[in-house]
Ligand binder design. Structure first.
Ligand SMILES: [Zn+2]
Length: 82
């Protein structure tokens, strides 16, 4: 497992997804506020291959950035209103 860290302060980065269509990836440091916003990404669907890969937690943000939905690897949703 790889955890990316903040280039500014070294804190763990949080992966976010802006819920536009197609979605826009974003990485944010909740320690110092550094963030990076990527390009719109195409959605690619792949058939399950029988492996044990579990994606890490992905946070989905409304485009206005007010509301965060966190989806854990078990498929549970946590709603973290700011
Ligand atoms: Zn930082």
């Amino acid at each position: 497992m790889i955890i990316e860290t903040c280039p500014k302060c070294g804190h763990d980065l949080v992966n976010l997804m802006l819920t536009s269509n197609p979605p826009i990836p974003k990485k944010e440091c909740w320690s110092c506020g550094w963030s990076w916003t990527g390009e719109r990404e195409e959605i690619v669907r792949v058939p399950f291959g029988g492996n044990s890969f579990v994606p890490d937690t992905t946070n989905y943000l409304n485009v206005d950035g007010n509301d965060t939905i966190t989806m854990t690897s078990t498929g549970n949703y946590l709603n973290n209103c700011k």
